[in-house]
Design a protein around this ligand. Structure first.
Ligand SMILES: Cc1ncc(C[n+]2csc(CCOP(=O)(O)OP(=O)(O)O)c2C)c(N)n1
Ligand SMILES: [Mg+2]
Length: 578
């Protein structure tokens, strides 16, 4: 087989059978080989960024490695924002870029020119900081070795995207048969090491009265979410989560108090802030969780962080932090041996916080303007859809509204948490719909973000994808405007002033897709949401609809806007005075 055919067969054998692409001269041999492989098919996108975001989505759905195939130069550089989504959220993806023939390339000519071949770009150097591994192959033998190597790097340890740049001559080279693939082996942790982890954690918790566990995305990335959920079911230990962690729990678990942080649930924030022992599992504690004032985070607690990535642990300089460098998947079985003391007073406090705040999503701004509450919209859709549906959120205020109010049980709920580019949700939903045509899929986006990958309406139409695309339309960049309310005297530069948008109903019509204008929650009917095939919902919100609650700069996470009255604040910070 030639290099291009080898790549196809390798991907098929790994179970990555849908290749997301835009073609071009430098990748044409690879694309043709995909088409000729009986076990593979390709999907044509209309922007490479969208293809990369769709590929990113597959692992989040069912741990399938997504693949893109694009041409050199602009095809390759267009992937970058999508690749970054995978890198920051530790999602394995494979990106195959065509490259010019080596005899036409800058390396062959030996001069330090900007470009030799047409559309030649040094994509490998460009993506190095946002991939786990990126390599240009120079021969068939190298291609064979590097495919396995790159694939295994993508799926092992702290996972992430990889890119392989394949010159046209290597795509055409005769490379021989497909060689055996050896899967990576997970390093086992022996019994004595496990006993020492139990000892450290029991020591950490000894004397605790107010323990809390914070779960991050690591619990799902390590494949241990089900084991942890089982363990938690029998326990009373309170737990909270990051947004990327919240997608791995049944929010009905009695000891779940919600997600924390800048846009977190007030009750969850109060629980965390009052704790005396905080165990952080698989979360990098980014500043959307801790606030910019890191020293005000968990101010009364000793904190222990367990993470697979040594470098993440180097961040913790303060002596209140201790760290353990483990893959949660390898140590989840030790949790049964932990002895975590909890006071009754603490259980009561957590319960009272839950009663007061959990699941409460009030839009005082919508009340003020007598307009539609985005929280009511999300909750209504949440009620109408099936428990196993796929729900993708985008960025900005619309992302916050979804993660603040969506009650996840079995749903597959996700977003590109770390990179959070405008326009992720829609192409990610396209990836989901192609991968799981039978699934119910909802993509939430904003009017601004919708315009970043609006060209993919054609992909949705062309493949007749079963996606309900919900545009939470506030006629502007809502999250930025709210920021400008706080710091720029409501001067809405480039967020309201200068910003523009098309008539989404007319746009949908041009693409031949049904569009429903939503002005009240009653416009969202069972019939419309549960119909099959593509549809768009243009949900009309007031331009000044706020994210509530939200932290303003300089505050600890227990003091969010809209500000509580003194007695509620005192209740929520009950243990601060001691
Ligand atoms: C590619 C990209 N450019 C810029 C930003 C900065 N940004 C974050 S949210 C946002 C506004 C998004 O507007 P919209 O989709 O309407 O969301 P809203 O906040 O109004 O719900 C901007 C410009 C970003 N996240 N990604
Ligand atoms: Mg908007």
């Amino acid at each position: 087989v030639n290099g291009a055919e080898y790549i196809s067969e390798f991907l098929r054998l790994r179970g990555s059978n849908k290749i997301f692409l835009i073609t071009g001269g430098a990748c044409a041999f690879m694309v043709d080989a995909v088409a000729r492989n009986d076990g593979l098919s390709y999907v044509c996108f209309h922007h490479e960024q969208a293809a990369a975001m769709a590929a990113d989505s597959l692992w989040r759905i069912d741990k399938t490695v997504g693949v893109t195939m694009v041409t050199s130069g602009p095809g390759a550089t267009n992937l970058i924002t999508g690749i970054a989504c995978s890198f920051f959220d530790s999602i394995p993806t494979i990106h195959l870029t065509g490259q010019v023939n080596q005899r036409e390339g800058r390396k062959f000519l030996g001069a330090n020119v900007r470009q030799a071949g047409f559309q030649e770009t040094q994509i490998v150097d460009m993506v190095k900081p946002i991939t786990k591994y990126a390599v240009e192959v120079t021969s068939g033998d190298e291609l064979k070795a590097e495919l396995t190597k790159a694939y295994n790097i993508a799926i092992s340890g702290r996972m992430g995207p990889v890119l392989i740049d394949v010159p046209m001559d290597v795509q055409q080279e005769e490379v021989g048969n497909v060689v055996d693939y050896l899967a990576p082996v997970k390093p086992a942790i022996d019994q004595s090491e496990k006993s020492s982890i139990v000892e450290s954690l029991n020591e950490f918790f000894s004397g605790s009265e107010r323990p809390v566990i914070l779960f991050g995305a690591g619990i799902g990335l390590s494949g241990s979410e089900q084991c942890f959920e089982k363990w938690l079911r029998g326990k009373t230990i309170p737990f909270v989560s990051s947004w990327n962690g919240s997608r791995y729990f049944d929010h009905d678990l009695p000891n779940y108090y919600g997600s924390i942080g800048v846009y977190g649930n007030r009750g969850a924030n109060f629980v965390l802030q009052n704790s005396d022992r905080l165990l952080v599992l698989g979360s990098r504690l980014d500043n959307r969780q801790t606030s910019g004032e890191v020293s005000s985070f968990a101010p009364l607690a000793k904190v222990c962080v367990v993470d697979i990535d040594k470098d993440e642990l180097k961040k913790y300089k303060d002596k209140k932090y201790s760290t353990l460098n483990y893959d949660l998947g390898g140590v989840v079985d030790i949790f049964d041996q932990l002895d975590i003391p909890i006071s009754n007073d603490w259980k009561k406090f957590c319960e009272s916080m839950k009663l007061e705040y959990f699941g409460i999503c009030k839009s005082t701004s919508a009340e003020k303007y007598k307009s539609l509450s985005p929280y009511a919209v999300v909750k209504k859709i949440n009620q109408l859809i099936k428990n196993n549906s796929i729900v993708v959120a985008d960025d900005g205020a619309n992302l916050c509204w979804v993660f603040q109010s969506f009650h996840r049980t079995q749903h597959n709920l996700y977003t590109a948490g770390g990179n959070s580019p405008m326009g992720y949700a829609f192409p990610a939903a396209i990836g989901a719909a192609i991968h799981k045509p039978e699934a119910q899929i909802i993509a939430f986006t904003g009017d601004g973000s919708m315009q970043i990958n609006i060209q993919e309406l054609q992909t949705m139409k062309n493949y007749n994808l079963n996606i309900k695309l919900v545009i939470l339309n506030n006629f502007g960049y809502g999250i930025i405007k709210q920021f400008q309310d706080s710091y720029f005297g409501s001067r809405y530069e480039a967020s309201g002033n200068g910003y523009s948008q098309p008539d989404f109903v007319a746009v949908s019509e041009a693409y031949g897709i049904a569009c429903h204008v939503v002005e009240t929650v009653d416009d969202l009917t069972q019939e419309l949401i549960n119909s099959t095939g593509p549809a768009i919902f243009d949900v009309r919100l007031h331009p000044n609809t706020l994210i509530e609650p939200k932290l303003e700069m300089g505050n600890p996470i227990n003091r969010q806007f809209p500000y509580l009255d003194e007695s509620k604040l005192l209740e929520g910070t009950k243990y601060f005075k001691k």
